[in-house]
Design a protein around this ligand. Sequence first.
Ligand code: NAD
Length: 246
Amino acid sequence: GERLKGKTAIVTSAAQGIGRSTVIAMRREGAKVYATDIREDLLADLAKDVPGVETFALDVLKPEAIQAAAERAKDVDVLFNCSGFVHHGTILDCDEKSWDFSFDLNTKAHYRMIKAFLPSMLAKGKGTIVNMSSVASSVKGVPNRFVYGATKAAVIGLTKALAADFVGKGIRCNAICPGTVDTPSLNDRMRQQGDYEKARQAFISRQPMGRLAQAEEIAALVVYLASEESAFITGQAFVIDGGWSG
Ligand code: NAD
């Protein structure tokens, strides 16, 4: 396909899960793609599997590293902020350290990336930003997702404020809110609960469609929001959850 032909994209936390699938989908649609993550081993696999993708290590907790990335990838039109971590538990399980870490990785990382990459988009007069949020946010209160839900709600606020500030400058900014997606970290969380099969069934049983999302299904939404097909859409949060919150 050619839906992203002539565009250059950067994806954070792209070594596995939704980020990885999005890199593959963006390449398929003709974009130049910078795939970044802290897992250099997995990035090497991705570079092998997807011809033409440029990979480099990027820790989104490090402002200097993000500045260096913006100097390296000067020509970015599409920024997909995909980083995020699920802290499991209620407020009673969430100490200050957990609160700060979750906000740093899930929310402040998006702020840092946008701050670094927006100036070159503004100089070109065009750019599309897609921020990873979640259904567990202002969309829906989900048990044991206390700080996670707070960080992801903040992402929606950040997205809408940014969209409002730059709507007249050729910049679009949207958020995506997936339900439960079958990714490596979800499977890790299932294993951590002790009985993997039981945990997997519990996740599936809360899905009205009787199945989890595949990362490719989320990637398709990111490609749409990155492409000109969505040229009239900005400041929105898109739920993609198999009917969970409907
Ligand atoms: P994942 O959790 O399996 O992978 C996360 C990636 O982030 C890994 O490759 C990891 O190396 C990378 N990472 C960790 N710390 C980093 C750092 N400091 N800098 C850069 N990268 C770092 O992937 P996933 O499950 O597809 O989740 C991706 C995003 O989607 C997250 O923001 C998550 O909250 C969100 N999300 C996931 C689901 C789901 O069910 N899987 C649902 C809704 C939203």
